[in-house]
Structures are given as structure tokens and as C-alpha cells.
Design a binder for this molecule. Sequence first.
Ligand SMILES: Cc1cc2nc3c(=O)[nH]c(=O)nc-3n(C[C@H](O)[C@H](O)[C@H](O)COP(=O)(O)OP(=O)(O)OC[C@H]3O[C@@H](n4cnc5c(N)ncnc54)[C@H](O)[C@@H]3O)c2cc1C
Length: 324
Amino acid sequence: MVAMERTSNEANSAVYDMVVVGGGPAGATAALYAARADLHTLVVDKGLRSGALGMAGSVANYPGVRGPVSGAVLVQRMRDQAQEHGAEFVQDKAMASLLGGASHEIIGTLGSYRGRSVVVATGSMGRTASTPGEERLVGKGVAYCATCDAAFFRNRDVAVVGTGEEAVEECLLIARFSSRVHLIVPAPALKVDAELAEEVADHPHVRLHRNTRLEEIIGEDKVEAVRVTGPDGESELRVDGVFIYLQGGKPVVDYLGGQLELTGTGCIRADEVLTTSVPGVFAAGDVLCRHLRQAVAAAAQGAQAAMAAERYLSGRARLRPDWG
Ligand SMILES: Cc1cc2nc3c(=O)[nH]c(=O)nc-3n(C[C@H](O)[C@H](O)[C@H](O)COP(=O)(O)OP(=O)(O)OC[C@H]3O[C@@H](n4cnc5c(N)ncnc54)[C@H](O)[C@@H]3O)c2cc1C
């Protein structure tokens, strides 16, 4: 089905039951559940390929979808399904917001969208690709998630770049598949506890490069090597993939203007039913920085947030279990 989109003028004039910001797996699933609960629902999204799943080259672990399929195809299917059930979509970028009161307002570049409830689902792509070659080779060997992509590098050589716990844990997971993992650490030492540092240093597949900076990712249609500068000067390492964990993913919350409470690491703080610090505003997906950052987890949180919003809107603020 070819999705029918709202123009921003049409969407501007209405007050929706729910405005979902972000149309990735979290937002599209929130919209599906909201629309099926008969809520007048609008999704504001800036682009199919701008989110994490939208830019994933190949997805093979989404239940019920035998892959590999491109991330963009999977997101489009989720959006089509939400639209078939009545959710509306508008392509716009949220720039600001006014949250609180009877209706909340999301202000985009093309117009403003008002909702009696809001689901924030803009993901965690706030770190801009900053290494030469990185942006061009995303999904072609440049990756950010071992759970998603490590298996594609079985018996291959890869580089992992980072200093913290996330980088080291992902490195150990990748080392189960890859023949050799170059762990490139742009600092004198890893910023992890001694036990984890020892485990990775002793791993037979891992080669540690301390005090080493990633300068460039080399390759035309796929990653072929990385250029690094270390204590012995500049060198090239032949690799088929690069997993980057620099500064971590940054939740996209700039348009919220500090109106929602965040955690110390800039993620949206939400309770177990995904209510944020502002009544009527819910959050789902990678903006929450929960343990498992995967499409299936984001979709599940989207469903939870939509159901919590439905209960909020109907005045049943206290949630009961669905089987109760
Ligand atoms: C390269 C890569 C490969 C991956 N591979 C897999 C995989 O194989 N399997 C798997 O399960 N997971 C994979 N992941 C992880 C998965 O993609 C994420 O966990 C998941 O997409 C999070 O869903 P989300 O809806 O929270 O965010 P996203 O998918 O990032 O969606 C956010 C949406 O918000 C929109 N948006 C952002 N800012 C704004 C704004 N200001 N205004 C309007 N819209 C906005 C974006 O356009 C986007 O559509 C991968 C991630 C990456 C980066």
C-alpha cells in the first residue's frame, strides 16, 4: 500500500488524541496501537532513512520478518500498517515544543501539531558521524551495535573504537564471531573496571591499541581498512567492519527544550509504563537508553507507551495488568 501523508496544513488545524514524534519502530508501533484503540493519531517524522533502523543496511532478527531486509523497508512496513489502521503521518522535523496542560504542541519547520497526549520516539542518533568515511559507509561495514551486526562479520577482521564499558562489552561479543578484533582506544587506558579490562586484554582474538585515534575509514562501497594514529605514528589496519562507540548514541531531545526530566546521561526519564515527568507525555525506544537497543524492544515500548496514553486519555490513570 502506498502511504497517504497529511500535508502539514491539514495536520496543523486539528487537535489529535496523540501526536507521536518519530516514526521509527517505537513511534510507528505506538501509532499502530493508538489507531487501533480508535485514537486520532498523528506521527511527525523527519524522514524514512534518518533514524537508526531506517539507515540499517540489513536486518535479520526482527521476529516474524524473515530477512535480511533493509531497515528502511522494515520501517516502511510498520508505517504502512499503522496507516492502514487510521494513523496519519506528516513529514516534518520537530524543532521545539510546548508541553503541559490540556494539549501539548510540537513545533516543526512546516507547522505546529497539537495533541492531548504525546509519545516521544525520536531515537538516539544525536552523535553526528564525524570520522572521514563514516557517514558514507554506514551499513556497508560501519556499525554501532554488535547485537545487530556482529554475526555478519564471522571469520572476518574488524575494528572496535571506544574506551568505555559499552565498547568493551560489544568487543567481547564481536570476538565470538570475528577472527581478529582491533580494539582502538583513543585514551591511555580503558575506562572500565579491572576485571573487564583484563578479560578483553587476554582475549585471544582481541588486539588492543591504546592511545590510538581513528583518523579515517577507507573503502568505496564497503569498508576495506581504517587509518589510525598511535604511539608509533600512522598506520592502516585491513578490516571488513568498524564498530564505533565514541560518545555513545545521543538521545534526540533537543526540540524538547529541557521540559522533560532527563537522566544524567541525557536520556528521557520514564517510569515503568513509560510516563515522563510531564503528565500526558510518554516516551519509547532508544530515547530511553534502556538495556537492549533493538527494533523489537523499541516496538514493544511503543506499544506500551500508546496503551499508557490511551488509559491516561480515558481518565483511567492507574494501569491495571492487561490480563486483569
Ligand atoms: C546501523 C544500525 C544497524 C542496526 N541494526 C539493527 C538490527 O539489525 N536489528 C535490530 O533489532 N536493531 C538494529 N539497530 C538498532 C535499532 O535500529 C534501534 O534500536 C531502533 O531503531 C530504535 O528505534 P526508535 O524508534 O527508538 O528510533 P529510530 O529507529 O532511530 O527512529 C527515530 C525516528 O525519529 C525520527 N526523528 C528524529 N528526530 C526527529 C525530529 N526532530 N523530528 C521528527 N522526527 C525525528 C527519525 O526520522 C526516525 O524515523 C541498528 C542500529 C543502527 C544504527
